[in-house]
Each structure stands twice: as C-alpha cells, then as structure tokens.
Design a protein. Structure first.
Length: 227
C-alpha cells in the first residue's frame, strides 16, 4: 500500500467533453492534476457523458439490452480516458485495467475508464478508492453539489453543503448502469459506507474547486461524511 495520500477522482464525461472548449479544459485539468500529484497519488476515472448516452440510446433502439448498452457506454468512458491521458503526456493502452491493478501501478497519476457491464464509473471510483485505501473520493460533475431537488429543473432547490453517507443513500437513484447517470451510484455509496470513504461532490469545470477537493481543503460543493 502507498504511504502517500491516495485520492480517487471521478470526472464526468459531460465535464471532459461537453462539446465546447473541450481541449482547452482538458489541458487545464491535466496541468492541475500534474501539480497536485506532487502532494497526492491520483487515480482518475473518466465517465462517458453524452457520448455514452448517445450510443446506448441507439443500441436500445436497435434492440440491445442493458448489457449491450453498457458495453458501448464503457467504450465511451475509455475514449475519454485516452483523451485525458494524452493531455497528461502518457497515453496508455490499459485504460481498461481493473481497480485492483491500480494498487501496483507506480505512476503518480493513473487514468482509466469503465470496467464491466453493470458498474457505473461512480461504482468503479469507489472500488478503486477501496483498493488503494483512499480516505476520500472526488466526484466532479456538471452540478456543483447535491441539492434538495434538481437545480436545473427546480429554481427553489437548495444546495446541501454537508451530509452523511446515509442521507446520500436516501436520495440516490434506485437503478443505475454503466450508461446512466444520477446523483451517485448506489453501489458506490455502499462501498464508501463500508470502507469509510468520504465523498466530495464538486463542479468539475471549476478547476480551483476541484484542486481544493483533491487536496482536502474547504469546498463550495457537498461533503459527504462516511463516518
């Protein structure tokens, strides 16, 4: 086990490639990750975003079930992981590695995508955090925290700055798979609770906020206490 601080970061696909200034953001993200990797060993898991949902939607129209949709969603996560790895200057051919494989990975920054059907990248993030003995994992999303309702639909929704893991469990979606999205994956919450891993949910496009979350500093997003 590494003696330095291990932090696992989940970068949503809608954050990496929303379709506007994508390369500019990815370069800024890579620069920040290199900077903070001097203080923490990072494992970064990339989501599939709209690319995953697009292909999963077509697969469904063609008669594909959850398994086939997830296979395409996972492929999208790995493409996004390759983009970030390229910006980091180390484009690996093993973004499909398993959480357990990262334990013996000597790199200061390891990047990967999804793993297998039925597991969202939230769940993979929690599995990697458990495998590395991390005490916190960062969920970088398109929303700057957990709200009482969807802030994109309800103007009266209020941000929750701090909550317990049980409170998060009460509001997560009942059904998740590799090509779906929600507040957080139920399996990921379960692993975080059992392994005492705190979850920090932040606006992934706010580089300073993401940096603070990785370094364990105060954030504007939501801190989920697993203890």
């Amino acid at each position: 086990m590494f003696t330095t601080d291990n932090v696992v970061v989940s970068i949503g696909g809608s954050i990496l490639v929303p379709g506007e200034n994508d390369s500019e953001y990815i370069l800024r993200l890579a620069a920040m990750l290199k900077e903070v990797s001097k203080d923490a060993r990072l494992a970064v898991i990339c989501g599939g975003g709209k690319t995953a949902r697009y292909y999963a939607g077509i697969a469904k129209e063609l008669g594909g079930g959850d398994y086939e949709q997830d296979i395409l969603g996972i492929a999208a996560t790995r493409m996004n992981a390759q983009l970030l790895a390229l910006a980091l200057g180390d484009m690996p051919d093993d973004v499909h590695r398993t959480p357990e494989a990262l334990v013996n990975d000597g790199r200061r920054i390891s990047v990967m995508g999804g793993t297998e059907p039925g597991h969202t990248t939230d769940a993979v993030t929690a599995m990697v955090a458990k495998a590395l003995g991390a005490t916190r994992m960062i969920n970088a999303t398109a929303v700057d925290g957990v709200y009482t309702a969807d802030p994109r639909k309800d103007p009266n929704a209020k941000k929750i700055s701090r909550m317990t893991i049980d409170e998060l469990d009460d509001i997560v979606y009942d059904e998740h798979h590799a090509s779906s999205s929600g507040v957080f994956d139920p399996l990921g919450v379960k692993i975080a609770r059992e392994s005492k891993i705190d979850i920090l949910i932040v606006d992934g496009r706010d580089i300073d906020e993401l940096r603070n979350a990785i370094l364990g500093k105060e954030i504007k997003g939501t801190f989920v206490d697993s203890h």
